[in-house]
Design a protein around this ligand. Structure first.
Ligand SMILES: CC(C)(COP(=O)(O)OP(=O)(O)OC[C@H]1O[C@@H](n2cnc3c(N)ncnc32)[C@H](O)[C@@H]1OP(=O)(O)O)[C@@H](O)C(=O)NCCC(=O)NCCS
Length: 143
């Protein structure tokens, strides 16, 4: 799978919103609002493309400061889960972030997906909290 940088408001960006909507919002009965998307203008966005150029997985990165990046909205197409794509995207993005001189990554894991991040070396910090109506936990990793 090829790692790509998704430009804000590009053609691929539209596919990325569709994938995130399907995977992260529709199952909760939610939808992205214009203001949610407008607030993402300064974020980095990455995806994995298959050999047909189809977007199979994506995530966002919010820059918190010169050394800390926050990974958000990790999504893998439903029929492609459990094949290592999520891990591949996370590892490739961590490598990109290292090149950009970030040395810490943090994220808010949905509790049901916590083991996925445990296996990538993320460590939980703090208590469980509710975000978009479901339990999450903050996790961190030094890269
Ligand atoms: C969570 C998600 C990103 C994982 O991606 P994936 O491509 O299915 O995961 P991978 O195949 O790369 O799995 C890597 C490892 O994590 C494990 N894993 C993946 N999802 C898991 C889950 N929900 N619970 C427990 N373990 C999980 C896999 O079993 C695998 O373990 P192994 O190395 O021992 O074989 C994907 O299932 C997804 O998009 N889910 C819906 C959206 C979501 O919850 N996003 C995360 C928001 S915080």
């Amino acid at each position: 799978m090829q790692l790509v940088n998704i430009e804000y408001r590009s053609e691929l960006y539209k596919e990325e919103i569709k994938l995130r909507d399907e995977v992260l919002r529709a199952p909760l009965g939610l939808k992205f609002k214009k203001e949610d998307l407008d607030a993402e203008v300064d974020e980095l966005r990455y995806g994995l493309l298959d050999s047909n150029g189809e977007l199979t997985a994506c995530l966002l990165v919010r820059i918190l400061d010169d050394s800390v990046a926050k990974i958000r909205q990790m999504a893998v197409k439903e029929d492609l889960r459990g094949k290592g794509l999520g891990r591949e995207l996370m590892k490739k993005v961590e490598s990109e972030l290292k090149i950009k001189k970030f040395n810490k990554v943090e994220l808010h894991a949905r509790m049901y997906a916590k083991v996925f991040y445990d296996k990538l070396g993320y460590i939980e910090t703090g208590d469980i909290f509710t975000e978009i109506g479901i339990p999450h936990i903050k996790m961190k990793k030094d890269i």
